[in-house]
Design a protein around this ligand. Structure first.
Ligand SMILES: [Ca+2]
Length: 249
């Protein structure tokens, strides 16, 4: 049984176990393990590099450094279906691990182009800067998400740093995800093992998840959920997998 906020049921959560539906991560290069390809910003407001400083998944995250004062978007392209709901999510971390709120980072998306050069900044409004729901997940990382209805078949999707992130300051992104529907599910990429697959080249293509169990780490405590062990649904699976302490926040 589950009692949760809102009018639609999300994935069932039990103590130490999350049952996840099949889903796709419609973004490519979401874990930054090879390079920062496909990531970009507008008008040289940020630089983006894959860096080993902090990682939520794998060994690298996206280091975003602000180069000019003001609000700055950082995003990736994706192809969507107009008229459908989608949920964007990402893990973010400040260098000092301080809390991330909408005063620091909020959502950003722009539809109708998959190139930063195609963005008409005069058309950017509040709709392009949705508020996110941020949750601490441990290790200085926060996961935020927003839901929107697509009106075009392509666009750019990501985060906007506010004026609170000043010139020369930086933050990190890892585990970005864009999935169909109004709910955020656990992170998907093809590197996560049984039940997960790439649709093309590893770390350079979208990813899929079969119906899967995701086990929470028991050692995380108040630090938050740890999505660590995972595998396809097994109705009679009785042997818990251990949480890898290396992947706990
Ligand atoms: Ca990563």
């Amino acid at each position: 049984m589950q009692l949760e906020q809102g009018s639609d049921p999300g994935p069932y959560r039990a103590d130490g176990l999350l049952l996840e539906r099949p889903a796709q991560n419609l973004l490519a290069n979401t874990s930054l393990e090879v390079n920062a390809a496909d990531w970009n910003g507008l008008n040289s407001y940020v630089s983006v590099t894959a860096a080993p400083d902090f990682a939520r998944y794998g060994r690298h995250g996206l280091l975003v450094r602000k180069l000019q004062a003001g609000r700055a978007a950082t995003f990736q392209p994706a192809a969507l279906v107009p008229g459908r709901l989608y949920t964007y999510s990402a893990y973010a971390r400040l260098p000092d691990g301080q809390p991330i709120t909408n005063e620091v980072l909020r959502g950003w998306y722009y539809e109708g182009t998959n190139q930063p050069e195609g963005v008409n900044t005069a058309l950017i409004g509040e709709r392009n800067r949705p508020l996110m729901r941020w949750t601490a997940v441990g290790g200085g990382w926060y996961r935020g998400h927003f839901t929107f209805e697509a009106t075009e078949n392509k666009g750019l999707y990501g985060l906007l740093s506010t004026e609170a992130v000043q010139t020369g300051e930086q933050y990190y992104i890892d585990g970005a995800q864009l999935e169909a529907g109004r709910h955020m599910s656990s992170y998907i990429d093809g590197s996560l093992g049984e039940g997960y697959s790439w649709t093309g080249e590893p770390f350079a293509s979208t990813s899929e998840r079969a119906r899967t169990t995701v086990e929470y780490g028991k050692t995380v405590g108040q630090q938050g959920a740890c999505f660590s062990g995972h595998g396809p649904m097994r109705p009679h699976h009785t042997t818990p997998r251990c949480c890898s302490s290396a992947s706990c926040g």
